[in-house]
Write a protein that binds this ligand. Structure first.
Ligand SMILES: Cc1cc2nc3c(=O)[nH]c(=O)nc-3n(C[C@H](O)[C@H](O)[C@H](O)COP(=O)(O)O)c2cc1C
Length: 188
């Protein structure tokens, strides 16, 4: 027996942190779960109208960071309050500096960050589909292993829309493009 649900349960949803500057170069950050990679360096995020979308239309550049278990309270806060009403970054006490290659903030508290450009803000209903391109990935040395970005050190979280909770993404369980081959061989 399977229970039917009318709403789509698509998983895992990311907990993306979109970092932007406004016209006064005040940093802002918002939480977005409805996004995913569509090409080697490209992704799409479904956005309603926010302070963030005003900033994206203005600057055409942004950062995309990945929330962690350590920053889960702030990440949720960044999704329930608007930069139109409060300086969320200052309230959270987050540390930031301008990204090396784009006009957008990098937050010290988020160890993995993409420097991004807006490819298109495609009108979609009352909001936009943001097509973005990552021009560089910045990984803090705290999450490196042998010079590689080690997501196991990140404490990465996902958004579980079925239970409305955040979950920590867990341990590796197999080498991709490899264990399937080993398993195939073992079947004879
Ligand atoms: C878990 C979670 C996921 C969210 N995902 C999205 C999303 O994918 N798209 C969107 O437009 N808003 C999303 N939001 C809502 C925005 O983050 C929220 O409206 C925020 O206040 C916008 O901030 P800003 O006005 O400072 O840009 C999400 C909020 C939460 C808590």
């Amino acid at each position: 027996m399977r229970k039917e649900f009318k709403n789509m349960i698509f998983t895992p949803l990311p907990v993306l942190m979109i970092g932007t500057y406004d016209e006064h170069n005040v940093p802002n950050v918002m939480n977005a779960a409805w996004g995913g990679q569509i090409d080697a360096n490209q992704f799409v995020i479904s956005l309603s109208k926010h302070k963030t979308t005003d900033n994206l239309l203005l600057k055409k550049e942004f950062t995309l960071s990945f929330a962690t278990a350590k920053t889960v309270n702030e990440a949720d806060y960044f999704g329930i309050r608007s930069g139109k009403k409060i300086d969320k970054v200052a309230f959270a006490g987050f540390h930031h500096e301008k990204a090396p290659d784009v006009d957008a903030p990098v937050f010290e508290e988020f160890p993995l960050c993409l420097e991004c450009r807006v490819l298109e803000m495609k009108p979609d209903g009352d909001g936009y589909l943001l097509y973005g391109e990552a021009i560089k990935t910045l990984a803090d040395e705290s999450i490196l292993t042998d010079g590689k970005a080690d997501l196991g050190k990140l404490g990465l979280i996902m958004f579980d829309s079925a239970m409305n909770v955040y979950r920590v993404i867990g341990e590796p369980c197999g080498k991709a493009f490899r264990i399937g081959l080993d398993w195939e061989k073992s079947r004879g």
